[in-house]
Design a protein around this ligand. Structure first.
Ligand SMILES: [Zn+2]
Length: 144
């Protein structure tokens, strides 16, 4: 602090000016670091929704992993509910189907994924998302 006072006297600044400019420099550095991290972040991290099987799907990322994946009605944007009851009744994979229904649109069927129950359906969509990321064919502005 003594040196700071000497410096301040020598150049005619008040200590307060030196301290506040030091703080604003620090904030500026933090801001630049945050900006660089944002720029370096892979572009696919902005790809968080897309249409698959006639439904709007939204998700988030945790590291490289896709989390919170769920489907929405393309018309009214409500969350869809799934009906995969038939999957319990049959053991033939080809007969298993997961139906996606919008309660708001008169319980209308929005889409279906054949081959398994809801867990299977989510995996199918995750595979489709990852394929688009890998092939770089996704569009982050398509369904805004
Ligand atoms: Zn709807």
């Amino acid at each position: 602090m003594e040196q700071l006072r000497e410096f301040a006297e020598k150049y005619g600044f008040s200590e307060w000016v030196i301290i506040s400019s030091f703080i604003s420099m620090t904030l500026m550095c933090i801001f630049i670091v945050v900006l660089i991290v944002k720029i370096l972040e892979p572009k696919y991290k902005m790809y968080k929704q897309d249409m698959f099987h006639g439904m709007l799907w939204k998700w988030k990322y945790k590291g490289e992993r896709i989390i919170d994946l769920w489907c929405y009605c393309p018309t009214c944007k409500s969350m869809l509910h799934v009906d995969d009851e038939n999957c319990k009744a049959t053991s033939t994979l080809g007969d298993k189907t997961t139906f996606f229904i919008c309660d708001t649109c008169n319980e209308r069927e929005i889409g279906r994924i054949k081959g398994g129950d809801r867990r299977y359906a989510l995996k199918v969509v995750i595979r489709a998302i990852l394929a688009k990321i890998r092939l770089n064919t996704f569009d982050i502005y398509e369904y805004k």
